[in-house]
Design a protein around this ligand. Sequence first.
Ligand SMILES: [Zn+2]
Length: 291
Amino acid sequence: MHKIGIDLGGTKTEGILLDEKYNTIQRKRIETHQENGYDSIVKSIISLVNELKSKTNEETSVGICTPGVINTKSGLIKNSNTQCLIEMPLKKDIENMLGYKIFMENDANCFALAESVLGSAKGYEVVFGVIVGTGVGGGIVINGTLHKGGTNIAGEWGHHTLHSNGNECYCGKHGCVETYISGPALEMRWLEITGKKEPLQSIVQDLSDEKAKQWKKEFLDNFGIGLANVIDILDPDIIILGGGVSNISFLYDEGKKAVYNKVFSDSIETPILKNSLGDSAGVFGACILSS
Ligand SMILES: [Zn+2]
């Protein structure tokens, strides 16, 4: 069976058609027009699926990678940073329009699955896949299968509390990991400390002065505690980082050390590696959902 995977992103929607060995037959990227609302997003997904389907004569499965979590009881999307999807029955609406069943998972779970099967975590049993970008998410894969949890929030470490009286989060709580180490949170903290408004990739070019050192120390402390808490509970065989913040190279030496320092065990060796699929993890993960 051939596989269609769609990655619904905030600005771009990508579609891919793979054969049974995960070789790419066709790939297409379109703009996501959030401003046109929910119905327009649904329609553009349907036409992308139909276009990819027309490129093969084989039977196809369809998987969709979405921002946000799908509520297992109601089927509605929650916790999405693509606001127009919140409280909408996206899976059901797409299935009704296509006339057949599809698979749907959030982007962090698709990322973890793709990296486990085809990427940096290939061959590892228990994988924690982490996305640190505009938001902070995570997914757990055990022996090639997603561990979603009873309410589909397993691995969502971005909203565990680091500082109980800390930064306000859109989720309604205070001090969530996401409010400290997401890309926007790091840029905001840089602005607070230095008075300069700069994108993350230029901030990390030179971290030699005192203010920059303070910024980096806080970042590493928060990254360290956040992931150490995950290791204490899950003890994964490998952690894979994805999202824009994963491009920061010091996370793989000083960042790893900061994590190890906070873990309960004294014999910690968990590899913390960069993803190998880049932006393609979403579409590949969406395809693997049907496997
Ligand atoms: Zn939160």
